[in-house]
Design a protein around this ligand. Sequence first.
Ligand code: SF4
Length: 888
Amino acid sequence: LERDAVLEQLNAAVGAGALVLTANQRLSRTLRRMYDEAQARAGRRVWNSARILPLAAWLRQTWSEAALCGGLEPRFLLSDCQAEAIWRRIIESSPESAELVGVREAAVSAVEAWRLMYAYRLPWNEALFAAHDDWAAFFRWAAAFRRECDEHGWIDEARVADRVAEAAATRCIPLPPSVLLAGFDEFTPQQQLLLDALGSAGCAPQTLAEAPASPEITRTSAADTFAELGAAAHWARALLESGASRAGIVIPRLAALRDDVERIFEEVLHPERRSSPDAPAPAAFHISAGRPLSAYPIIAASLNALELGAPGLALNQAGCLLRSPYLAGGDAEATSRALLDVALRRLRRAEISIDTVRQFATRQDATYYSPQFAKLLDACAAVRTGFPKAAPPSAWARSVDLMLQAAGWPGDRTLNSVEYQAAGRWRELLERFASLDIAARDWSAGRAFARLRELAGETRFQPEDEDAPLQIMGVLEAAGASFDHLWITGLDDRSWPSPARPHPFLPLSLQRRHKLPHSSPEREMEFSRQALARLKSSAPRIVVSWPEREGDFELRPSFLIEAAPFKPLSSPPASIRRARLEVIEDAAPALAAERASGGVSILKRQAECPFRAFAEFRLGAKPLEAGELGISPADRGSAAHRALELLWARLESHARLMALAPEELERIAAECAREALRRDGLRGSEFQRRFVDMERERLARLLLEWLQLERSRRPFTVARREEKRSFEIGGLTIDGRIDRVDVLDDGREIILDYKSNAPSVAAWNGERPDEPQIPFYAISNPSMIAAVAFGQLAPGAVRFKGYAEQEDLLPGAKSFPGAHDAADYDSLEQLIAAWRPRLERLAADFRAGRAAVDPKDGDKTCSNCHLGGLCRVRDTGGGAAGEDGDGA
Ligand code: SF4
């Protein structure tokens, strides 16, 4: 719409006392702002505020005013949230609920079908609905809903327009002198009836402005949706840099792509926020689609805080609460609470009791001493003890308030604008939640809090900033908006028009006869044409685009845009997902000490990626432990190592193994498995105890299976178990622990490393070995070595994997010459000699501070690493820290 023409019409209408009704909330705000700015520009200091509001809001307002002055039958108007709760209760108690995958989804869909029934004036013809189970179920639910509304004197928003139309026709409600309509592509039959009634009552509605002169339209395409969004973002940036102040981008699938859109536009329009995300700069763009309210950290904290004071907490939830700044003392105890989180994670339990958290938090001598957190736990527990068994939602809303007060939510610091607005929406949400008394009287705490979480997830919230020079919108939100430049994305032949999607609860014949939205390809075509025509009237300069591919599908432009002249993208945008950072080459300081803690893992990490070794062993950037249900793989592995150590402490040699009777071996294996699993922390709940019992039986069977393999070997004596060894290599002293060393009759030794899933022996070879432990033990071993091997401890697959000097020395080991992956070496001795310089170089590099972001196998290596956010490998395009690899 031409801005001046709009303003002229708006001024005239408002000056004459007209009511302006818009298709959506966004347009109401825009027109109101335009009108107010025009008054201010005209030098007025005071003026009557314009009555501009969305049609739905006017209907609600009119209903309330008319009910007060007796112009309409007095009925209580249900909010959307209340109506949905009633639908949900009706569906839950219906026989069909047992067949439903989700009652909530069914209720949302039923509310929509109910609204369409009234909006398109569909007949309630039971015979038509009886033809399909889903239609019939909806018909019965709708009858129950109508009955319940009549019994209680309620009305819902789907029917308000009909009543207001009746009242307008009989002039028993106050009406404005005239009505101006803005942003409507079409009117439903129900809306048309209302407009007709207003017309017959003497206030015939007018429509705001006509389309401007033909816009200049160009057509372009990009490789895929991300490239298309990236191109649009670069186009917008160029416009804003040239001084444009009113640009728009329409993205038909905005709700689904919202997070990607935000990321891409942030990277292009606000690159400065990469390094300082909280920089207080005005936003260049505003996205009309909101994120779920529960996704905002301040709201996530309030929802998590509802669990405070419960007997147990999921470990991750405890971590979120401990790291949250939105609870009392969150800033003052930020460090100690983060350390407390680390300490609790070391317990490796999936769930943690509040008593344990309190005990840890009150240890005065610990680095994680967090007395304020302990205090808020007690305060929340006290509130929780007052919880009733069952109560209506309004009572639970008060309990939520008390819990949050006890937790000190939203924290001690001043909230920024986004947090402040989100907290405001949370309070509105609590009011909506409290209003659900109409549908429920006896919710348990669990059910009430689950519903509150659902509501927070369903509520979309976007901080207001419609002054931003670039507006990013969906198709419907763009209704009535006007820009200097507009880009419309996603206009490919599969989506524009999109395939028909008839409503599942309404008879298809009815939907097609009454031309419901999405009911047929023809209806979709009509919608696409109308929407595109409306968008084309929104700006004098327009770009339309489509992605050339989506997954395996090749896409073409929608035929609705084929007539526009094609202009290829002038310069393909730099890849948005791999935008490069400035890389400064700067080696880390060399290690001052000659000894490094971390053991042989230092060499493993240095080979894998030098930056990872540096970050983990010099910066201490270790991943947080995750809680495990039952026994973690790490605990299982340690128990197996410990059990084998105990086992060989008793058996000592192959000869004794062969001498023992099977029953005796079974008894020893069972005792060793029991002893190995006797560890604090493994036992706890009854649930945990059962896991430990099962693991004990599994481990005992595994030991016996392993001993069967050992029996097939040549005679040996176990000389050393879990032997600690320090060895100086490449100027660095590294401490290691060898699982086991056997001695043969001739004095030569066999080095063994137990693994639950052993890799191939190739993992020891190459310049950057994946598994340098065995090579390290081999080069540090003072005696002659006859074999080196992994001992794979996997039920049904116990075996040795390794190298041996002779063929029958160790079952499964490769012998020389011609050993697999070591064909260049004639003997094990030669291979071990080749390992030495490689390990020396890795150790020397670590000591020298060589910390390049240089993953050994690119993405494959990075996919097993937790440090992507720290090393920024994706931002730099992968290991781009310099060929010489000194970047840190
Ligand atoms: S994510 Fe990749 S590049 Fe970054 S530290 Fe880990 S392995 Fe190295």
